[in-house]
Design a protein. Structure first.
Ligand code: GLP
Length: 244
């Protein structure tokens, strides 16, 4: 779905999420959201905060699972996705703390494996993700599933691609400060969501978007695996759609 600009597109996505929350609230049911970080979804979060403040949209029935976190990473670091999510969304809405899940980048390495399995179990126990929001990296990664990730991959510790680290370098004030690893939900975890919305803005994403949508399905462009999903939309602005 191609929108004139990212603002309009973000409004559309925020409304789809808000509609599901309202609908479930009426019947006293929960909504499970899979959330992403990066610059792409920030406007969606801005709109959700606006709906909460101006229209009283409540997040008390919402459970969230974030896609990924750098490793190692302390939750209070300015670079952590915990901090990002608090600043952009969680600190401004009425979500219950116990309903927020973000991979823990502060664990000892030997504890990560069990932690990742438990993260998968928590998603399953919650009833599975209703809407998974995604951005896309220039390598074609979703979450931090870099080229080489398999279709069935689950939540795990991964090594970041050089291109991904270069893209993150300015945020970390230099390539040498970018963590070499991350914990990410797997491609398989993402594909288990009932609905997937991938967003991309700007010409810089146009090439990888064309590959993801029209290219052959292959491990070297993990976003191509989304072609297997029966309820996945790419929400784009004109520039991100320009190579289609
Ligand atoms: C990071 C995140 C991804 C995100 C990507 C794109 O790698 N782990 O989930 O999709 O960045 O970032 P941006 O939205 O800033 O382009």
């Amino acid at each position: 779905k191609i929108h004139d600009n990212s603002d309009e597109a973000s409004f559309y996505v925020a409304n789809e999420i808000a509609d599901l929350i309202r609908q479930r609230q009426k019947s006293g049911k929960k909504v499970v959201l899979g959330l992403a970080t990066g610059s792409t979804p920030t406007k969606v979060y801005e709109y959700l905060v606006k709906f909460h403040k101006e229209e009283g949209l409540s997040f008390k029935n919402v459970i969230t699972f974030n896609l990924d976190e750098y490793f190692p990473m302390q939750p209070d670091s300015i670079h952590s996705y915990v901090r990002f999510m608090r600043e952009h969304l969680f600190d401004h809405i009425d979500i219950r703390k116990e309903n927020i899940h973000i991979p823990d980048g502060s664990l000892e390495k030997e504890d990560v494996r069990d932690y990742c399995q438990a993260y998968e179990q928590k998603i399953l126990k919650s009833g599975g993700i209703d809407i998974q929001v995604l951005g896309i990296g220039r390598t074609g990664h979703i979450g931090f599933n870099e080229p080489g990730s398999t279709l069935v991959s689950k939540t795990r510790l991964v090594r970041l691609d050089r291109v991904t680290k270069l893209d993150a370098a300015s945020d970390f004030f230099g390539l040498e400060n970018v963590p070499k690893r991350a914990i990410t939900m797997g491609v398989g975890t993402i594909l288990s969501a009932k609905r997937i919305i991938l967003m991309a803005w700007g010409e810089g994403k146009s090439e990888v978007i064309a590959k993801a949508v029209e290219g052959p399905i292959k491990e070297s462009v993990p976003a191509t695996f989304l072609q297997h999903h029966s309820n996945c939309d790419f929400i784009l602005d004109e520039a991100a759609a320009s190579a289609l």
